[in-house]
Write a protein that binds this ligand. Structure first.
Ligand code: TPP
Length: 563
């Protein structure tokens, strides 16, 4: 068979059901084979859309997302999507066409050094140099993308390799890679020590990150929290890892986290961080972060431990496996010697929760918070919410309370505007029964609005809720607070922006405009009725609303504006 056939056969063997992509010269032999394959191909309108769609598919299903492009500009268009997935530890395999091997390095037509360009933003990448390697490389790529700390893997595939003849051999057993052995089981002495620290703590807190969702450790996390009555704060990536409606939940922490989560971090005597990486959006000023706390850090990636915050007790391992062992130890200890009474700590937290609740500002004007709250109410908190990046993302994170993992999809690490619509398409294709709502901004939506065509053509029913404030709102907020209200290049000039309703209609979708509070519910309900097409709702909201509370960049967590 040909190299292209070997590639597609290998992908079939990996159980790939859908590939998101865009064709072109160097990848044409592969597309020709894909045409006859049982793998579904979704043609996006831009390679960036393909990468984000594969990413949304992976985040919502837990499977590896696959995207494909041609060489040169096709591959470079994928890069933002690859980096986005990799920063958030999302398993992705990206296949890029490459010019024929003998012209690599000659500035051939549509040549780009894809392995070089992607090297800093992937977990691993390959340039296929021998047709006989194809099957093995695909197996390795899927193994690397989906195990340990998941991430993005690129396979750069020259056109002559696609045309070459090859004896296809797919090893039935899993490949093993010397030097690549992620530690999944935590060290039992350290886990024992962690149990001791937890039982001794007076003001403990669980700080859960995306790793909890990746490893499927939500149940274990819940058990641990409830066993000892430890409050839980989650990052943006971990929304839904612990039910946010639960009394022990503190919601999100950090720059736009809840005031109470941030106060807890300032007073806690023990942080147990699980699958989280102490990002600067979380810690604020490092010197004053959690000044009284000892830190237990559980992570599958040893490079994360001690990277930003000194750790008292490191535990390298898979969150699920480590928590399972820890819960069992703690349970035994509680049975034999009882547990510490944390009433005083809970009282303190309750007082903060009462004093600094997250609220929707009152009044008749249409505010973004009101819209997000209505989306939450009308979907009964069960939708898969996919956000873009900006203020709307933070309001969605604050107000849409998630109960289940893989329910809230957002570009956390890279903060990529334009992620939302294509990722929603991927999520809906991966989980057709889920109700998918893309909460986006008028700026973010315009970064990949062309994917409306992909959604219409593939009958993807997602609600696109554009929080239309006429500004690049989050940047405007910073300009208001830190640059004397000098709104440099953040006004999207409503009236001169496209008419989003007409734009939706031009793509063959329904568009609804909402300017008043009483129109929100009927518009949302109408969009939810649509089962075979996207519906865009243009929520024309208050222009200069701000997201509070806010920890100013470089400030300490208890130094909140509006908190
Ligand atoms: C690709 C990309 N470019 C620039 C930015 C910087 N940025 C962060 S938030 C933001 C404004 C987002 O505006 P909009 O999508 O309208 O959402 P809003 O903040 O108004 O809710 C910008 C420009 C980014 N995150 N991603």
């Amino acid at each position: 068979m040909t190299g292209a056939q070997a590639l597609i056969r290998s992908l079939e063997k990996e159980g790939v059901e859908v590939i998101f992509g865009y064709p072109g010269g160097a990848i044409m032999p592969v597309y020709d084979v894909l045409f006859d394959s049982r793998i579904r191909h979704i043609l996006t309108r831009h390679e960036q859309g393909a990468a984000h769609a594969a990413d949304g598919y992976a985040r919502s299903t837990g499977k590896v997302g696959v995207c494909i492009s041609t060489s040169g500009p096709g591959a470079t268009n994928l890069v933002t999507g690859i980096a986005t997935a990799n920063m958030d530890s999302v398993p992705m395999v990206a296949i890029t066409g490459q010019v024929a091997s003998h012209v690599i390095g000659t500035d051939a037509f549509q040549e780009a050094d894809t392995t070089g360009i992607t090297l800093p933003v992937v977990k691993h990448n390959y340039l296929v140099t021998h047709p006989a390697d194809i099957a093995h490389i695909v197996q390795e790529a899927f193994l690397i993308a989906s195990t340990g700390r998941p991430g993005a893997v690129v396979i750069d595939f020259p056109s002559d390799i696609a045309r070459a003849q090859v004896d296809f051999k797919h090893a039935e057993k899993r490949v093993s890679l010397p030097g690549y052995k992620p530690t999944t089981k935590g060290h039992s002495r350290q886990i024992k020590e962690a149990a001791g620290l937890l039982l001794a703590a007076k003001r403990p807190v669980i700080y859960a990150g995306g790793g909890v969702i990746t490893s499927g450790a939500s149940e274990e996390l819940r058990r641990l929290a409830r066993l000892l009555e430890i409050p839980v704060t989650t990052t943006l990536m971990a929304k839904g890892a612990y039910p946010e409606t639960d009394r022990l939940s503190l919601g999100m922490l950090g720059m736009h986290g809840t005031s109470y989560a941030n106060f807890v971090m300032m007073e806690t005597d023990l942080i147990i961080a699980v699958g989280a990486r102490f990002d600067d959006r979380i810690t604020g000023k490092l010197d004053s972060f959690a000044p009284r706390a000892r830190v237990i850090h559980i992570d599958i990636d040893p490079a994360e431990i001690g990277k930003n915050v000194p750790v008292t007790l490191p535990i390298v391992g898979d969150a699920k496996s480590v928590l399972k062992e820890l819960v069992e130890l703690v349970r035994q200890k509680v049975e034999t010697s009882g547990k510490r009474d944390l009433t005083a700590w809970h009282r303190r937290i309750m007082a903060w929760k009462k004093e600094y609740p997250l609220t929707v500002p009152p009044g008749d004007v249409l505010r973004p918070q009101f819209v997000v709250n209505e989306i939450y109410r009308l979907t009964k908190g069960k939708a898969t919410v996919v956000t873009d990046v900006g203020q709307h993302q933070m309001w969605a994170a604050q107000l849409y309370k998630c109960k289940t993992p893989r329910q809230f999809l957002s570009s956390g690490g890279l903060g990529t505007m334009g992620f939302g619509l294509p990722a929603s398409i991927g999520a809906k294709i991966g989980c057709p029964d889920a109700q998918v709502v893309n909460i986006t901004g008028d700026g973010s939506f315009q970064m990949n609005s062309q994917e409306m065509a992909t959604a219409v053509l593939n009958k993807v029913a997602v609600t696109i809720a554009v929080i239309d404030n006429g500004y690049l709102g989050m940047v405007r907020q910073w300009q208001e607070l830190f640059f004397n209200k000098r709104y440099a290049s953040t006004n999207l000039r409503r009236g001169e922006s496209p008419d989003f309703v007409k734009l939706a209609e031009a793509y063959g979708a329904k568009g609804i405009r909402v300017t008043r509070q009483d129109e929100v519910e009927p518009a949302l309900k109408e969009s939810f009725k649509e089962k075979k097409a996207p519906v865009l709702i243009d929520f024309v909201v208050e222009q200069e609303e701000n997201v509070f509370p806010m920890v100013a960049p470089g400030a300490s967590l208890d130094d909140m504006i509006g908190g």
